[in-house]
Write a protein that binds this ligand. Structure first.
Ligand code: PLP
Length: 437
């Protein structure tokens, strides 16, 4: 490995050579079953030549124009095809280069929306334990202490409320029958305390992804939260960077709850790793205010022509191969297989998720849900054991208390076959047993 690469994974990384479906091969010919699509990115699978061709065709005719000077056939067509699928009223798509950029864009849209209406609202409320990205604004609305710690002097403008986390419900006395309204009360109280005329938006994932490993909120959560936002004139931003484009067995995570956000944030599965594409989406009423009041924002690579061609080809592939339904079916299969192989394991506290977004929470004591101490680096060791066995797993730490907490997050490409789904569950269970017995 060149010493001139600022590596994220040390100096002994295998060299990726090619991928196909849910498999990756390195230059030594080793095969890896991709249990996580990298960071839960790859929806349509590796090696889809139609997408590569769409990118090449677009780049050959015109690769780049500035978004303020030109639109493109690819972008116009992509927005037309995507809009009817989005759980929003009259959506307007603002393409960027990834999830964090999309979050930053949505936060600014929320602020600009209120300014256009003559209201100086600026506070964004996120949730404890959430992850929305690593740029400063996105990190500020995130609630993961370990990621925030080095940068705390730069953070602090956002507020954080409670997160539905059924395995460790913050309202044990109401759990499981009435915790949704308790979360809504907590948000209501925080808005009142911050000053209702101050809060611009609330941002949350419909189903928690990387940070809490597929935590599905109770059915009374989203209706109660949406009502609080509406009552206070607070815009609701659904971060579907991870849950979008079929990952949870519906087109979007919001669809499971009938949620219709004012703003949406998408990335990852949008272009499935073939292009660094993110999307901030404004519903009609937000877009119209932004147009009338002005929206001071922009990136050199926003509205990218090739990115739109990639997103469009991925969307077509998802539809043609019915991959949203496949995600629901393979997800159920994976859940059953994981429960069969790991349901009784003394270190498995919880198996959760929807579709092909699944989390396995590892605990030191299953009865008390006591997490392992971070110093034991349990999940790091499980991921290494998995890689040695030829399966790629996505780790997450800190779910239990901000520091401790070990999660295996599974999110294979939606094209994973039934046999590979069984293999994924077996290899994951074996990797956990390698470390925890
Ligand atoms: C829910 C969510 N939002 C935002 C992001 C940030 O996306 P990116 O890493 O593309 O900047 C992520 C990344 O994992 C995410 O899971």
């Amino acid at each position: 490995m060149s010493k001139h690469v600022f590596s994220r994974g040390g100096d002994r990384l295998p060299v990726a050579a090619r991928g196909s479906g849910a498999e990756i091969f390195d230059t030594d010919g080793r095969r890896y079953l991709d249990g996580s699509g990298g960071a839960i990115v790859v929806g349509i699978g590796h090696g889809v030549t139609e997408v590569a061709d769409a990118i090449a065709d677009q780049a050959r005719s015109i690769a780049y124009v500035h978004g303020s000077a030109f639109t493109s056939g690819s972008l116009e067509a992509y927005a037309e095809e995507l809009a009817p699928l989005l759980p929003m009223d009259d959506p307007h798509v603002y393409p960027v280069s990834g999830g964090s950029e999309a979050v930053e864009t949505a936060l600014k849209m929320a602020r600009a929306f209120h300014l256009a209406r003559g209201e100086d609202r600026h506070v964004i409320i996120g949730r404890a334990g959430a992850y929305h990205g690593n740029t400063r604004g996105a990190l500020d609305v995130s609630g993961r202490p370990a990621l925030r710690a080095p940068y705390l002097p730069w953070l602090g403008a956002a507020e954080h409320t409670t997160t539905p986390y059924e395995f460790r419900c913050p309202f044990p006395d109401s759990h499981p029958d009435a915790c949704g309204p308790r979360h809504a009360d907590a948000l209501d109280a925080l808005i009142e305390q911050t000053g209702p005329g101050q809060v611009a938006a609330f941002i949350a994932e419909p189903i928690s992804g990387a940070a809490l490993g597929g935590c599905v909120p109770p059915s009374d959560y989203w209706p109660a939260i949406a009502e609080v936002c509406r009552r206070h004139g607070v815009l609701l931003i659904a971060d579907e960077v991870m849950t979008g484009f079929g990952r949870t067995g519906a087109w979007f995570g919001s669809d499971h709850f009938g949620l219709r956000p004012d703003l949406m944030v998408l990335a990852k599965g949008a272009a499935s790793g073939y292009w660094p594409l993110g999307l901030a989406v404004a519903s009609g009423h937000v877009h119209d205010e932004l147009i009338s009041g002005g929206f001071t924002h922009g990136f050199t690579y926003s509205h990218h022509v090739v990115g739109a061609a990639a997103g469009r080809a991925v969307l077509a592939h998802l539809r043609e191969h019915d991959l949203v339904r496949a995600s629901a079916e393979r997800g159920d299969q994976l859940d059953t297989a994981l429960r069969t192989k790991l349901g009784e394991h003394p270190s498995v506290g919880d198996i959760r998720g929807l579709g092909l977004l699944r989390g396995i929470e590892l605990v030191a004591d299953r009865r008390t849900a006591q997490p392992f101490a971070r110093s034991e680096r349990v999940i790091e060791r499980v991921v290494v054991a998995g890689k040695e066995r030829g399966v790629l797993l996505y780790p997450s730490t800190g779910c239990a208390n901000g520091t401790d907490g070990d999660l295996v997050v599974l999110g294979p490409p939606l094209v994973v076959t039934p046999a590979q789904t069984e293999e994924l569950a077996s290899l994951t269970a074996a990797a956990i047993r390698d470390v925890l017995g």
